[in-house]
Design a protein around this ligand. Structure first.
Ligand code: BJW
Ligand code: ZN
Length: 251
Protein backbone atom coordinates (compact mmCIF):
# COMPACT_ATOMS: atom_id res chain seq x y z
CA UNK A 1 0.00 0.00 0.00
CA UNK A 2 2.82 2.38 1.02
CA UNK A 3 4.87 1.34 -2.05
CA UNK A 4 1.86 1.96 -4.30
CA UNK A 5 1.46 5.47 -2.82
CA UNK A 6 5.16 6.17 -3.44
CA UNK A 7 4.94 4.85 -7.01
CA UNK A 8 2.03 7.20 -7.74
CA UNK A 9 4.04 10.16 -6.40
CA UNK A 10 7.13 9.24 -8.45
CA UNK A 11 4.96 9.13 -11.60
CA UNK A 12 3.30 12.43 -10.71
CA UNK A 13 6.67 14.18 -10.31
CA UNK A 14 7.97 12.61 -13.54
CA UNK A 15 4.95 14.05 -15.38
CA UNK A 16 5.47 17.46 -13.79
CA UNK A 17 9.14 17.51 -14.81
CA UNK A 18 8.05 16.86 -18.40
CA UNK A 19 5.07 19.21 -18.47
CA UNK A 20 6.55 22.18 -16.57
CA UNK A 21 8.72 24.10 -19.02
CA UNK A 22 11.71 25.44 -17.08
CA UNK A 23 13.29 23.12 -14.53
CA UNK A 24 16.07 23.97 -12.05
CA UNK A 25 17.94 21.62 -9.74
CA UNK A 26 19.74 22.86 -6.63
CA UNK A 27 22.22 20.41 -5.18
CA UNK A 28 24.28 20.28 -2.00
CA UNK A 29 26.86 18.03 -0.41
CA UNK A 30 24.29 15.24 0.14
CA UNK A 31 24.28 14.30 -3.55
CA UNK A 32 28.00 13.49 -3.40
CA UNK A 33 27.80 11.61 -0.08
CA UNK A 34 27.13 8.30 -1.85
CA UNK A 35 30.31 8.90 -3.89
CA UNK A 36 32.30 9.01 -0.65
CA UNK A 37 32.72 12.80 -0.43
CA UNK A 38 32.10 13.97 3.16
CA UNK A 39 29.23 16.42 3.79
CA UNK A 40 29.72 19.49 6.01
CA UNK A 41 27.01 19.09 8.64
CA UNK A 42 25.52 16.04 10.33
CA UNK A 43 27.04 13.10 12.19
CA UNK A 44 29.98 12.42 9.83
CA UNK A 45 30.19 15.98 8.48
CA UNK A 46 33.43 17.93 8.12
CA UNK A 47 32.26 20.64 10.54
CA UNK A 48 32.07 17.99 13.29
CA UNK A 49 35.83 17.51 13.15
CA UNK A 50 37.02 20.87 11.84
CA UNK A 51 36.12 24.42 12.76
CA UNK A 52 34.84 26.36 9.70
CA UNK A 53 36.19 29.61 11.17
CA UNK A 54 39.70 28.10 11.14
CA UNK A 55 39.51 26.75 7.59
CA UNK A 56 36.82 28.27 5.39
CA UNK A 57 37.18 32.03 5.87
CA UNK A 58 39.53 34.60 4.31
CA UNK A 59 40.79 35.40 7.84
CA UNK A 60 41.77 31.75 8.39
CA UNK A 61 43.70 31.77 5.12
CA UNK A 62 45.54 35.01 5.97
CA UNK A 63 46.42 33.58 9.40
CA UNK A 64 47.68 30.18 8.26
CA UNK A 65 47.66 29.52 4.49
CA UNK A 66 49.63 26.29 4.92
CA UNK A 67 47.05 24.78 7.29
CA UNK A 68 44.16 25.78 5.04
CA UNK A 69 45.92 24.43 1.94
CA UNK A 70 46.71 21.12 3.70
CA UNK A 71 43.02 20.69 4.45
CA UNK A 72 42.03 21.45 0.85
CA UNK A 73 44.78 19.18 -0.45
CA UNK A 74 43.37 16.32 1.67
CA UNK A 75 39.86 16.97 0.34
CA UNK A 76 41.12 17.16 -3.27
CA UNK A 77 42.64 13.73 -2.72
CA UNK A 78 39.29 12.26 -1.56
CA UNK A 79 37.41 13.93 -4.43
CA UNK A 80 39.95 12.75 -7.02
CA UNK A 81 39.08 9.16 -6.10
CA UNK A 82 35.30 9.74 -6.15
CA UNK A 83 33.08 8.71 -9.05
CA UNK A 84 29.70 10.25 -9.91
CA UNK A 85 26.82 8.20 -8.50
CA UNK A 86 23.32 7.41 -9.78
CA UNK A 87 22.08 10.80 -8.51
CA UNK A 88 24.62 12.78 -10.54
CA UNK A 89 23.92 10.58 -13.57
CA UNK A 90 20.15 11.06 -13.29
CA UNK A 91 20.61 14.86 -13.36
CA UNK A 92 22.90 14.60 -16.39
CA UNK A 93 20.12 12.64 -18.09
CA UNK A 94 17.59 15.28 -17.10
CA UNK A 95 19.71 17.87 -18.92
CA UNK A 96 19.58 15.67 -22.04
CA UNK A 97 15.79 15.55 -21.78
CA UNK A 98 15.09 19.21 -21.03
CA UNK A 99 18.02 20.81 -22.92
CA UNK A 100 18.06 24.60 -22.56
CA UNK A 101 15.00 24.42 -20.32
CA UNK A 102 17.14 22.98 -17.54
CA UNK A 103 19.80 24.40 -15.26
CA UNK A 104 21.76 22.78 -12.46
CA UNK A 105 22.71 25.08 -9.60
CA UNK A 106 25.23 23.44 -7.31
CA UNK A 107 26.80 24.48 -4.03
CA UNK A 108 29.32 21.66 -4.47
CA UNK A 109 32.91 22.38 -5.38
CA UNK A 110 33.80 18.78 -6.32
CA UNK A 111 33.06 18.87 -10.07
CA UNK A 112 31.24 15.52 -9.93
CA UNK A 113 28.22 16.83 -11.87
CA UNK A 114 30.49 17.71 -14.79
CA UNK A 115 32.17 14.30 -14.48
CA UNK A 116 28.70 12.73 -14.81
CA UNK A 117 28.18 14.65 -18.08
CA UNK A 118 26.26 17.74 -16.93
CA UNK A 119 27.22 20.86 -18.89
CA UNK A 120 24.64 23.39 -17.78
CA UNK A 121 26.07 23.83 -14.28
CA UNK A 122 26.20 27.01 -12.18
CA UNK A 123 28.74 26.59 -9.38
CA UNK A 124 27.74 29.10 -6.73
CA UNK A 125 30.55 28.21 -4.27
CA UNK A 126 33.31 27.80 -6.87
CA UNK A 127 35.41 24.76 -7.69
CA UNK A 128 38.06 23.02 -5.61
CA UNK A 129 40.20 22.33 -8.72
CA UNK A 130 40.52 26.06 -9.48
CA UNK A 131 43.42 28.04 -7.99
CA UNK A 132 43.26 31.85 -7.87
CA UNK A 133 45.95 34.40 -7.12
CA UNK A 134 45.38 36.49 -3.98
CA UNK A 135 47.00 39.52 -5.66
CA UNK A 136 46.60 39.49 -9.43
CA UNK A 137 43.99 38.10 -11.83
CA UNK A 138 45.82 34.81 -12.47
CA UNK A 139 43.72 31.62 -12.20
CA UNK A 140 44.28 28.05 -13.30
CA UNK A 141 42.68 24.63 -13.11
CA UNK A 142 45.12 22.35 -11.33
CA UNK A 143 44.41 18.66 -10.81
CA UNK A 144 47.66 17.73 -8.99
CA UNK A 145 47.01 15.39 -6.09
CA UNK A 146 48.82 16.03 -3.84
CA UNK A 147 49.85 19.58 -4.77
CA UNK A 148 53.56 19.84 -5.60
CA UNK A 149 54.12 22.77 -3.22
CA UNK A 150 52.02 23.87 -0.24
CA UNK A 151 51.09 26.70 -0.19
CA UNK A 152 51.24 27.13 -4.01
CA UNK A 153 52.44 30.44 -5.47
CA UNK A 154 51.34 32.49 -8.47
CA UNK A 155 53.56 31.93 -11.56
CA UNK A 156 52.82 35.53 -12.67
CA UNK A 157 53.49 37.56 -9.52
CA UNK A 158 54.83 35.15 -6.89
CA UNK A 159 52.09 35.83 -4.36
CA UNK A 160 49.96 33.14 -2.73
CA UNK A 161 47.42 31.16 -4.71
CA UNK A 162 44.18 30.28 -2.90
CA UNK A 163 41.46 27.69 -3.56
CA UNK A 164 38.87 28.97 -6.05
CA UNK A 165 36.00 28.42 -3.64
CA UNK A 166 33.68 30.80 -1.78
CA UNK A 167 34.41 31.12 1.92
CA UNK A 168 32.13 32.43 4.68
CA UNK A 169 31.84 36.20 4.53
CA UNK A 170 32.70 36.30 0.81
CA UNK A 171 30.34 37.23 -2.00
CA UNK A 172 29.25 34.62 -4.49
CA UNK A 173 30.55 35.23 -8.06
CA UNK A 174 28.38 38.05 -9.45
CA UNK A 175 27.99 36.64 -12.97
CA UNK A 176 26.91 33.23 -11.60
CA UNK A 177 24.51 34.84 -9.12
CA UNK A 178 22.94 36.96 -11.90
CA UNK A 179 22.28 33.82 -13.93
CA UNK A 180 20.87 32.04 -10.86
CA UNK A 181 18.51 34.95 -10.20
CA UNK A 182 17.32 34.87 -13.82
CA UNK A 183 16.48 31.18 -13.44
CA UNK A 184 14.77 31.68 -10.08
CA UNK A 185 12.44 34.19 -11.75
CA UNK A 186 11.49 31.91 -14.64
CA UNK A 187 11.73 28.39 -13.23
CA UNK A 188 8.49 26.34 -13.11
CA UNK A 189 9.83 23.46 -11.04
CA UNK A 190 12.81 23.20 -8.73
CA UNK A 191 14.41 20.00 -7.48
CA UNK A 192 16.26 20.56 -4.18
CA UNK A 193 18.65 17.73 -3.45
CA UNK A 194 20.91 16.95 -0.50
CA UNK A 195 21.32 20.39 1.03
CA UNK A 196 20.77 21.33 4.67
CA UNK A 197 19.38 24.68 3.51
CA UNK A 198 21.17 26.75 6.14
CA UNK A 199 23.92 28.53 4.19
CA UNK A 200 22.84 31.83 2.63
CA UNK A 201 22.18 32.95 0.01
CA UNK A 202 21.71 29.45 -1.53
CA UNK A 203 19.31 28.55 1.30
CA UNK A 204 16.86 31.17 0.00
CA UNK A 205 16.84 30.03 -3.66
CA UNK A 206 13.94 27.58 -3.20
CA UNK A 207 11.94 30.24 -1.32
CA UNK A 208 12.41 32.72 -4.17
CA UNK A 209 11.42 30.09 -6.77
CA UNK A 210 8.35 29.13 -4.70
CA UNK A 211 7.36 32.80 -4.46
CA UNK A 212 7.52 32.86 -8.27
CA UNK A 213 5.12 29.87 -8.41
CA UNK A 214 7.61 27.06 -9.01
CA UNK A 215 6.72 23.58 -7.77
CA UNK A 216 9.33 22.53 -5.18
CA UNK A 217 10.44 18.87 -5.06
CA UNK A 218 12.90 18.00 -2.29
CA UNK A 219 15.04 14.86 -1.90
CA UNK A 220 16.92 14.42 1.38
CA UNK A 221 17.59 11.81 4.04
CA UNK A 222 16.11 14.22 6.58
CA UNK A 223 13.76 17.19 6.69
CA UNK A 224 15.25 20.69 6.29
CA UNK A 225 13.92 24.28 6.51
CA UNK A 226 13.11 23.93 2.78
CA UNK A 227 10.80 20.97 3.51
CA UNK A 228 8.30 23.47 4.97
CA UNK A 229 7.61 24.88 1.51
CA UNK A 230 8.21 21.71 -0.57
CA UNK A 231 5.23 20.48 -2.59
CA UNK A 232 6.79 17.02 -2.69
CA UNK A 233 9.30 15.68 -0.16
CA UNK A 234 11.05 12.36 -0.85
CA UNK A 235 12.81 10.95 2.18
CA UNK A 236 15.79 8.92 0.98
CA UNK A 237 19.17 8.92 -0.68
CA UNK A 238 19.59 11.01 -3.82
CA UNK A 239 21.19 8.08 -5.67
CA UNK A 240 18.11 5.96 -4.99
CA UNK A 241 15.29 8.50 -5.35
CA UNK A 242 16.47 10.56 -8.36
CA UNK A 243 16.47 7.64 -10.83
CA UNK A 244 12.84 7.01 -9.80
CA UNK A 245 11.62 10.56 -10.48
CA UNK A 246 13.64 11.51 -13.55
CA UNK A 247 11.69 10.69 -16.73
CA UNK A 248 13.03 8.21 -19.29
CA UNK A 249 11.75 9.97 -22.39
CA UNK A 250 14.21 11.82 -24.59
CA UNK A 251 13.10 14.87 -26.59
C1 BJW B 1 21.66 13.52 1.67
C2 BJW B 1 22.41 12.37 1.52
C3 BJW B 1 22.05 11.53 0.47
C4 BJW B 1 23.26 13.44 3.16
N1 BJW B 1 21.03 11.86 -0.32
N2 BJW B 1 20.63 13.80 0.90
C5 BJW B 1 23.75 34.88 9.97
C6 BJW B 1 22.51 34.61 9.41
C7 BJW B 1 22.38 34.36 8.05
C8 BJW B 1 23.48 34.39 7.21
C9 BJW B 1 24.71 34.65 7.77
C10 BJW B 1 24.85 34.89 9.12
N3 BJW B 1 26.17 35.10 9.37
C11 BJW B 1 26.86 35.00 8.21
C12 BJW B 1 25.99 34.71 7.23
C13 BJW B 1 26.29 34.48 5.83
C14 BJW B 1 26.88 33.09 5.59
C15 BJW B 1 25.91 32.03 6.12
O1 BJW B 1 24.97 31.65 5.47
N4 BJW B 1 26.15 31.54 7.32
C16 BJW B 1 25.21 30.60 7.97
C17 BJW B 1 25.85 29.22 8.05
C18 BJW B 1 24.87 31.15 9.31
N5 BJW B 1 27.03 32.99 4.15
C19 BJW B 1 28.08 33.49 3.56
O2 BJW B 1 29.00 34.00 4.16
C20 BJW B 1 28.05 33.44 2.03
N6 BJW B 1 28.34 34.73 1.52
C21 BJW B 1 27.52 35.76 1.74
O3 BJW B 1 26.43 35.62 2.26
O4 BJW B 1 28.00 36.98 1.29
C22 BJW B 1 27.33 38.16 1.77
C23 BJW B 1 27.50 38.27 3.29
C24 BJW B 1 28.74 38.19 3.85
C25 BJW B 1 28.89 38.27 5.25
C26 BJW B 1 27.78 38.39 6.09
C27 BJW B 1 26.52 38.43 5.50
C28 BJW B 1 26.38 38.38 4.10
C29 BJW B 1 29.11 32.48 1.52
C30 BJW B 1 28.83 31.08 1.90
C31 BJW B 1 29.97 30.19 1.47
C32 BJW B 1 29.80 28.76 1.94
N7 BJW B 1 31.02 28.06 1.75
C33 BJW B 1 31.05 26.61 2.02
C34 BJW B 1 32.50 26.14 1.81
C35 BJW B 1 32.83 26.09 0.31
C36 BJW B 1 34.27 25.73 0.09
C37 BJW B 1 34.61 24.36 0.56
O5 BJW B 1 34.07 23.36 0.06
O6 BJW B 1 35.46 24.29 1.44
O7 BJW B 1 30.17 25.94 1.13
S1 BJW B 1 30.43 26.17 3.63
C38 BJW B 1 29.66 24.69 3.12
O8 BJW B 1 28.22 24.83 3.29
C39 BJW B 1 29.90 24.61 1.60
C40 BJW B 1 28.56 24.13 1.10
O9 BJW B 1 28.41 24.41 -0.27
C41 BJW B 1 27.60 24.86 1.99
C42 BJW B 1 26.23 24.24 2.06
O10 BJW B 1 26.29 22.97 2.60
P1 BJW B 1 25.32 21.83 2.03
O11 BJW B 1 25.63 21.55 0.64
O12 BJW B 1 23.93 22.17 2.37
O13 BJW B 1 25.86 20.55 2.87
P2 BJW B 1 25.50 20.10 4.36
O14 BJW B 1 26.57 19.20 4.81
O15 BJW B 1 25.13 21.24 5.22
O16 BJW B 1 24.15 19.26 4.19
C43 BJW B 1 24.11 18.01 3.52
C44 BJW B 1 22.65 17.63 3.36
O17 BJW B 1 22.59 16.44 2.59
C45 BJW B 1 21.93 17.33 4.69
O18 BJW B 1 20.66 17.95 4.67
C46 BJW B 1 21.79 15.80 4.69
O19 BJW B 1 20.62 15.36 5.36
C47 BJW B 1 21.72 15.51 3.21
N8 BJW B 1 22.20 14.20 2.78
N9 BJW B 1 23.40 12.36 2.51
C48 BJW B 1 20.33 13.00 -0.04
N10 BJW B 1 22.75 10.36 0.25
ZN1 ZN C 1 49.46 36.61 -9.11
Amino acid sequence: MKEEKHRVLYEKVKDLILSREKVCALTGAGISAESGVPTFRGKDGLWNKYNPAELATPEAFSRDPELVWKWYDWRRQIISEAKPNAGHLALAKLEEIKGENFILITQNVDGLHQKAGSKRVLEVHGNIWKLKCTSCTYEEFNYDVPLKVIPPRCPECGNLLRPGVVWFGESLPFDVLDEVERWLRMCDLMLVIGTSGVVQPAASFAFVAKHNDAVIVEVNIERTPISEIADFFFLGKAGEILPLIIPEILK
